[in-house]
Design a protein around this ligand. Structure first.
Ligand code: FPP
Length: 264
């Protein structure tokens, strides 16, 4: 696998990798099912994929990686699966702590962690604190995350800040996008450039709706445990071929219009 990565990654344009890559990691259950294994085995294999993609981001100098690890809707799953997921998270955090430090990766959480098992909360807090100064990659784990909940929380935070400032006139005035945005979990992160969803589903499922406003979307049928460096290469290669306009025009269209005016 390593030689693979070493031959394909250099084919990507270095200065043009996403500044913020996000992944909806789907298909762990199906992967396990197809192999006649328990769903939990699928999540374990999914954790190996998490490991691979983190390494790849460091390698490709992608500065921010967001991973959808647990949604506000995932609480509907059987207790056994939920506790297995958090056990896996705990195991992973303990096992990977040194790797995070060594590779200068800082951990960040998006989501309401109040509802998480105490041990997970403790491990997350500790890891966040101890990795806070790392600058190579921000690993933004989205746990108990949902976009709509996040928006409501951001409104509450913004209103409270305004009230604390005590300026009656300002309390009900329309905020700028910037003033609003800094109250989101991702207030300190750039917008998502590339959003990948695995396992054939083509929807956002309440994930980072505002942060994806201008994201390039990439869907693949590959199940998350099978998502490797080659799949990531394909996604970024396609990203680099897309023309991003952010509502404006591309340079060549502008130029051809200018030429038309001259010819008239
Ligand atoms: C989606 O597959 C995956 C999840 C709900 C959890 C993601 C968790 C991991 C990749 C494991 C560990 C993560 C970390 C950060 C250590 P699914 O169960 O919805 O699959 P299905 O749609 O095929 O049933």
């Amino acid at each position: 696998v390593d030689t693979d990565k070493d031959t394909i990654f250099p084919l990507l344009k270095k200065g043009q990798v996403p500044r913020h890559l996000a992944v909806i990691m789907d298909g762990n259950g199906r992967w396990a099912n197809r192999k006649g294994l328990h769903r939990i085995e699928g999540h374990k294999a999914g954790a190996d994929s998490v490991d691979r993609i983190i390494r790849a981001c460091v390698n490709l100098e992608i500065p921010v990686l967001s991973l959808y690890a647990f949604s506000t809707e995932n609480w509907k799953r059987p207790d056994r699966e939920i506790s297995a997921l958090f056990d896996l998270l705990n195991y992973y955090l303990k096992k990977k702590f040194k790797t995070l430090i060594k590779n200068e990766i800082s951990l960040k959480i998006s989501g309401d962690i109040a509802r998480l098992p105490p041990r997970s909360r403790e491990l997350l807090k500790n890891t966040i604190e101890k990795t806070a100064n790392s600058k190579k990659l921000i690993l933004n784990l989205c746990i108990n995350y949902g976009s709509r909940d996040e928006i409501l929380m951001a409104i509450e935070k913004l209103v409270k800040k305004r009230i604390a400032m005590g300026d009656i006139k300002k309390i009900s005035s329309q905020p700028t996008w910037q003033e609003f945005e800094e109250n989101l979990y991702t207030g300190d992160l750039p917008d998502i450039d590339l959003l990948i969803r695995t396992a054939g589903e083509k929807r956002l499922s309440n994930f980072m709706l505002l942060q994806s406003a201008y994201a390039e979307l990439y869907f693949t049928d590959v199940l998350w445990p099978d998502f490797d460096e080659k799949e990531l290469f394909h996604a970024i290669d396609e990203f680099q071929k897309r023309v991003r306009k952010f509502g404006g025009l591309t340079e060549d269209v502008v130029k051809s219009d200018v030429l038309k005016n001259i010819n008239e």
